[in-house]
Design a protein around this ligand. Structure first.
Ligand code: ADP
Length: 405
């Protein structure tokens, strides 16, 4: 089976083609073909590679509003040019889409139908940056692969098991009735990491209390009890919780009221909260943890402050997740920062010794993904696990296809 995954982000479009057998595989396998578009303002970078080592990269300009045109060109590299991996589009057996927000109704992965498409559009007002691009991906796939089944997997879905006390904000109860509640995000990877952690440790998932730290451009934690998400740091939108590259995470909402009363507009605040805060906002330098760590090592005080705030919030929230779990067996670091920044892992774990966490500094410094980095006598096992969202979505497609036949 050839499964195409479209992972549509606000400033990136990732896509991957997997060849999978009908059985679910216990270990992730690399894709046959990968394509990525990245936009920085109007500057567009395209990178496509196949498993035979063919790779192309082009830099260009995004035509006004023409993201769909760019994504169509990207997908044509599946069957044309040096990176071609199939003869025609009809060779693709199924397409899986990552959709950020499923709202209250869409939680389980499902086949795309007119009703499902409409339900995704209906929650787009909550996550406008993300759901619109997901819908564009569905519409483009319908045009290029008219007879191929499409499935959607929701980033909010894994958190459908949050208990009421973790899900409902302590505002007026009518908010909850209007859908204003905590949803949580990054669920595809949090769920995958919990399963992978149990597999790597040779333990049964139902017996484990796990905190997964998804630290990428966006950052969130999940408290996972016996395989179920019972608490998480992101909420109604992906703005709540941890400090991130350009988002500041939780803040006193009184600040926003104050700024609105003193001349800021809703759009202006939206821009500040989503694009001008977090590591970038504090350091004035960069949203990329690599730049922050480098500048900190070179004596830049603002970079050090941004790093310290990031770690302070991360540790407070890990402890909060452990409190929700009433215990902790496994701590997982995943995604760009979690997998690559030994400095972040080391600084966080140094403060969390009281929870029973002892890091093996040697292993932490030289880590490869999907390994344990805690000392043999650490009560809490600490793991680094590579995020595999696309592979997880492809596996879900196989599972849903099998159910349909
Ligand atoms: P996304 O959330 O967009 O999927 P990633 O999970 O790829 O992003 O994470 C991207 C972030 O990972 C970058 O912004 C950068 O801060 C961080 N990162 C990547 N490599 C390293 C590294 N070697 N050291 C520290 N941070 C890194």
């Amino acid at each position: 089976m050839k499964i195409l995954v479209l992972n549509s982000g606000s400033s990136t479009q990732k896509s991957a083609l997997f060849e999978l057998g009908p059985q679910l595989s216990p270990d992730p396998i690399p894709p046959l073909w990968e394509g990525k578009l990245e936009w920085d303002g109007n500057k567009e970078t395209l990178v496509v590679k196949n498993s035979a080592g063919k790779k192309i990269r082009t830099d260009g300009e995004l035509g006004a509003g023409d993201r769909t045109g760019s994504v169509e060109k990207l997908l044509q590299h599946l069957w044309t040019g040096p990176t071609a991996i199939v003869k025609t589009a009809t060779e693709v057996n199924a397409i899986g889409h990552r959709i950020v927000h499923g709202g209250a109704k869409l939680t389980e992965p499902t086949r795309v139908t007119t009703e499902v498409r409409q339900a995704i559009a209906d929650v787009a007002s909550i996550a406008p940056l993300h759901n619109q691009v997901g819908l564009q991906g569905i519409d483009l796939a319908t045009k290029l692969f008219p007879n191929t089944p499409q499935f959607v997997v929701f980033d909010t879905g894994f958190h459908r098991t949050l208990p009421d006390e973790a899900k409902i904000y302590a505002g007026p109860y009518s908010w909850y009735e209007q859908g204003i509640r905590r949803y949580g995000f990054h669920g595809i990877n949090h769920e995958y990491c919990a399963h992978r952690a149990a597999q790597l440790l040779g333990r049964e998932l139902p017996s484990l209390k796990i905190v997964t730290c998804h630290l990428g451009n966006g950052c969130s934690l999940a408290a996972i009890d016996g395989g179920k998400s019972i608490d998480t740091t992101m909420g109604f939108t992906p703005l709540e919780g941890l400090v991130m590259g350009t988002r500041g995470g939780s803040m006193d909402p009184g600040i926003l009221v104050h700024l609105l009363r003193t001349g800021s507009s809703a759009d202006g605040l939206d821009n500040i909260l989503n694009r001008q805060s977090g590591l970038l906002g504090v350091s004035g330098l960069s949203s990329d943890m690599r730049d922050i760590v480098q500048a900190m090592k070179n004596g830049n005080e603002k970079a050090k402050l941004a790093f310290d705030i990031f770690i302070h919030r991360l540790c407070s929230c890990i402890a909060a997740m452990a409190a929700s779990l009433q215990g902790l067996d496994v701590l997982v670091f995943t995604a760009g920062i979690g997998e690559n920044s030994s400095e972040v892992r080391s600084a966080a774990c140094a403060r969390l010794g009281f929870l029973g966490i002892s890091l093996n500094q040697g292993k932490n410094a030289g880590v490869r993904s999907d390994t344990e980095i805690s000392l043999g006598d650490s009560r809490v096992r600490v793991l680094v696990i590579r995020a595999q969202e696309d592979w997880s979505i492809a596996q879900t497609c196989i599972r849903l296809l099998a159910k349909e036949t």
